[in-house]
Design a protein around this ligand. Structure first.
Ligand SMILES: C[S@@+](CC[C@H](N)C(=O)[O-])C[C@H]1O[C@@H](n2cnc3c(N)ncnc32)[C@H](O)[C@@H]1O
Length: 314
């Protein structure tokens, strides 16, 4: 399934449009997102706050990872879609040694085109001679690689990582932001096993659904299925122990899972107060229900400890 099904790839357009809707109102800043997608319909405040918690929670942990490693790091984004993190990190001078983005070819082909078209994006991926190696679906630059692969096929993933000059010895952070759930969970387990056994120091940040067995979860599932999108990996989203055990079973040393209500309470509260003033929210119940159905999990193997409140080494 090299190209993935269309319903799954379309989830990227939706995520990018929701993020842009929030960015335009000032929930967080992202100077690159409007280069990826035209602005669309304004979304509801709960959607904006949901994406705020997801993006800010990820970024908070990524910054903690940089602090904990204190050296150049390698990052791999699975199901990266039109994510702009690479350009933000480089703009901030973060020590990125290698950055690899993976998605289905339908998505990577469009992203390749967008990068070529916008010199603000292209300038940060080219090498010192201003060169990039490009095919229709893959782009290889100086320290940035965008490749078409099915991340749940470990041979396909391995081959594409190696084309992207992956360094198995470099401290590595793998990210999956709302992506694993679309892939078969037995195949994701094998991919997680391949990652934990191949890198000398590796961490994983995963954002996806949680508590999908209750009524609210079934309605979420039905909505996605009616938009032609299968959640083949939903069994791993049953609860936090399912989220944790899929990592520990696959050879990861530790894993911790926070539901998004917990993440929201652990994020810098001054900024939460700022974003809660942007739009009027009738009541918080729907937001809290949404947050109860998503989570962030951090798994590590021989990687320094980093989480929402501390940095220490164990
Ligand atoms: C909901 S979007 C999220 C995009 C981005 N991570 C974000 O949060 O903005 C899910 C992405 O995962 C990609 N994806 C899902 N399953 C995949 C697989 N098995 N291999 C590669 N990409 C996959 C889809 O094509 C889509 O771009």
């Amino acid at each position: 399934m090299m190209n993935g099904d269309e319903g799954v790839q379309n989830t990227n357009d939706d995520a990018t449009a929701c993020k842009l809707s929030a960015v335009k109102l000032g929930y967080w800043s992202d100077p690159y997102l409007s280069l990826m997608v035209k602005s669309g319909v304004k979304r509801a405040p709960e959607i904006h706050l949901g994406y705020y918690a997801r993006v800010t929670g990820f970024r908070y942990l990524i910054d903690k990872f940089f602090d904990a490693c204190d050296t150049k790091v390698q990052m791999i984004n699975l199901g990266a879609g039109f994510d702009t993190l690479y350009w933000k990190l480089i703009g901030e001078g973060k020590p990125v040694k290698n950055f690899i983005e993976v998605d289905f070819s339908g998505v990577t082909a469009r992203k390749c085109y967008l990068i070529k078209r916008h010199k603000e994006l292209l300038a940060q991926v080219a090498d010192s001679e201003g060169e990039v190696r490009l095919s229709k679906t893959d782009l290889h630059g100086n320290r940035y690689h965008l490749v078409a692969a099915d991340f749940s096929n470990k041979e396909n993933l391995k081959e594409k990582l190696e084309e992207s000059e992956v360094d198995y010895q470099c401290p590595t952070l793998v990210m999956a932001e709302c992506a694993l759930v679309y892939a078969d969970s037995a195949k994701v387990d094998q991919m997680l096993e391949f990652l934990s056994s191949s890198f000398s120091s590796i961490a994983f940040i995963n954002y996806e659904q949680l508590n999908m067995n209750d009524r609210f979860g079934s309605v979420m599932l039905e909505n996605l299925m009616s938009r032609g999108c299968q959640l083949s990996g939903v069994s791993a989203c049953k609860d936090s122990s399912a989220q944790i055990s899929r990592f520990t079973r696959a050879g990861w040393g530790t894993a911790t899972c926070w539901n998004m209500n917990e993440v929201y309470s652990l994020l810098p509260q001054q900024d939460i107060q700022r974003v809660e003033r942007i739009e009027f929210l009738d009541e918080k119940e729907l937001l809290q229900q949404l947050f109860h159905h998503y989570c962030i999990t951090v798994a590590r193997k021989n990687s320094p400890n980093f989480n929402f409140d501390s940095i220490n080494f164990d």
